[in-house]
Each structure stands twice: as structure tokens, then as C-alpha cells.
Ligand binder design. Structure first.
Ligand code: T5A
Length: 229
């Protein structure tokens, strides 16, 4: 079988959390800071999406096309998008020694389709094993925010853009509360990989808290020495 996972030299950081927690905002800010400090390329990407084919799957998922088939089918589609994204963007960039910052990754499947959606955690783990393999994040920043606040931020942004709620934003508040609990449980279960960030503060304070975690956990990256701390 062909090895899908070339040797990896770059650092892989993911941002996770509920709707409107500020992941996209902070992914862009962290990338700009790391580029300025290290002089090295840093790619910002997102899931679902990140490659042309995965963006097509994203459009279908967020329009709710897979909802009637249930959380297992949705997880398969998120996984199909992830497979393409890993092969075409994430693994090649890491093999070149570049940084990759991804807005959502495996923990979103664990939380949305698993904990909140009711899909068996053993199925989620099996999908991770076959799709993600060894390409696990070096650091996952979990942006923690009360769901009411995150949904209000997402709604305000949607109103300004003339867009309504998407497939997951439209779920009931109880779903979003389960998501928050699920992300915190992931952080407790994997403290070496995950750091919880209070996302209720303003963007500058959140960016400072994130940078402090990156400096503490991946010091070599911040010094411009590439790979792991
Ligand atoms: N999903 C995804 C799954 O179900 N399973 C999976 O496996 C994966 C990968 C993706 C959806 O797919 C689901 C989860 C999602 O529902 P999406 O549109 O990418 O859809 O959803 P989000 O990732 O939630 O994206 P959002 O853009 O809604 O949220 P962000 O990125 O957390 O927030 P951001 O940075 O865009 O900010 C939102 C608004 O708040 C403001 C921003 O300016 C913006 O207007 N803001 C702040 N305001 C006050 N204080 C701060 N600190 C702020 N930071 C940002």
C-alpha cells in the first residue's frame, strides 16, 4: 500500500470550539505572528474544506444535504473531505517543513457527530484511524465560549452578510451546550495536545493567550527552528 504520510517536518496546529468562538479570526492572527517571528511559510486552512474537492463537500454539508442521512453519513462526508484535504494540502505542507494552522479538525467530528450528534465514539475513532493516521495535531487550541455568546456573534456576522443560520448553527441550544462540554472533555482527556483558551475576552486578549500557549508548548517553533518544541 502506498504511504500516504511522508516524513513530517512542519508544525500542525488546530483551533476548535463552538460556533462563533473566534477560530477564523485567531487562526489568521496566529499565522501572521508566526510568519513575522520565524520568516517561514504558514498556511491557514479550514475544515470542512481546505482543498477544492473538500470545499465542494463543505457546501453540501453546510446546506444540510446530508442531515436526513444521520450523523454517521455526515461523519463519512466530513471524513471524505478530510482525506482530500490531508492528501492535497496538509501533508505536503508539513513535509516541506511549513506550519499549518487549521480551523477545525478531528475534534469537531468527535464533538458534533459524536458527543452532540450521538454517533458511537468507537466509529469516530475508527474513522480517525483510517483517515488521519499519524497526521495528528501537535497542538490544539480549544476556544471556550458560552454557546449563547458564540451564536450571537455568528448571527450578527450573518446578518451583516445577509445570510441565515447554516446546518449546525440552526441546532437547538442544548446541542451547542453538549458541544461545549464535549470540547472541554477532549481537553481534559488529552492535556498534552490540547489547551483551553477563554474566548470571551476581546480579540487582542484571546490572541495573547493563544501566543502564550504556543510559546510554552512549541518553543522551537516560535524561535524559528521549525518542527517540535
Ligand atoms: N463541523 C465541522 C462538523 O460538524 N464536523 C466536523 O468534522 C467539522 C470539521 C463548519 C461547521 O461544520 C461543523 C462545525 C460547523 O458548524 P463554519 O462556518 O466553518 O462551519 O463554522 P465555524 O467554524 O463555527 O465558523 P464561524 O466563522 O461561525 O466561527 P469562528 O471561526 O469560531 O469565529 P470567527 O472568527 O469567524 O468570528 C465570528 C464573529 O465574531 C467576531 C468576528 O469578527 C466575527 O464577526 N469575533 C469576536 N467578537 C468579539 N470578541 C472576540 N474575541 C471575537 N472574535 C471574533
Amino acid at each position: 500500500m502506498q504511504d500516504r504520510e511522508p516524513p513530517r517536518r512542519g508544525v500542525f496546529i488546530t483551533l476548535e470550539g463552538g460556533e462563533g468562538a473566534g477560530k477564523s479570526t485567531q487562526a489568521a492572527r496566529l499565522a501572521a505572528t508566526l510568519r513575522a517571528r520565524t520568516g517561514r511559510p504558514v498556511t491557514v486552512t479550514r475544515e470542512p474544506g481546505g482543498s477544492p474537492r473538500a470545499e465542494e463537500i463543505r457546501a453540501a454539508l453546510l446546506a444540510g444535504a446530508a442531515k436526513p442521512y444521520g450523523p454517521f453519513a455526515e461523519a463519512l462526508l466530513f471524513s471524505a473531505a478530510r482525506l482530500d484535504h490531508l492528501d492535497r494540502l496538509i501533508r505536503p505542507a508539513l513535509a516541506r517543513g511549513e506550519g499549518v494552522i487549521c480551523d477545525r479538525f478531528i475534534d469537531s467530528t468527535r464533538a458534533y457527530q459524536g458527543a452532540a450528534g450521538g454517533l458511537d465514539p468507537a466509529v469516530v475513532a475508527a474513522l480517525e484511524r483510517v483517515v488521519v493516521g499519524r497526521t495528528r495535531p501537535d497542538l490544539t487550541l480549544i476556544l471556550d465560549l458560552a454557546p449563547e455568546a458564540g451564536l450571537a456573534r455568528a448571527a450578527a456576522r450573518g446578518e451583516a452578510a445577509g445570510q441565515g443560520a447554516d446546518r449546525f448553527e440552526a441546532e437547538a441550544l442544548g446541542f451547542h451546550a453538549r458541544l461545549r462540554g464535549a470540547f472541554l472533555e477532549i481537553a481534559m482527556a488529552e492535556p498534552g495536545r490540547c489547551a483551553v483558551i477563554d474566548a470571551s475576552a476581546g480579540p487582542d486578549a484571546v490572541a495573547a493567550a493563544i501566543l502564550a500557549q504556543v510559546e510554552a508548548r512549541l518553543p522551537a517553533l516560535v524561535r524559528g527552528e521549525g518542527s517540535h518544541g
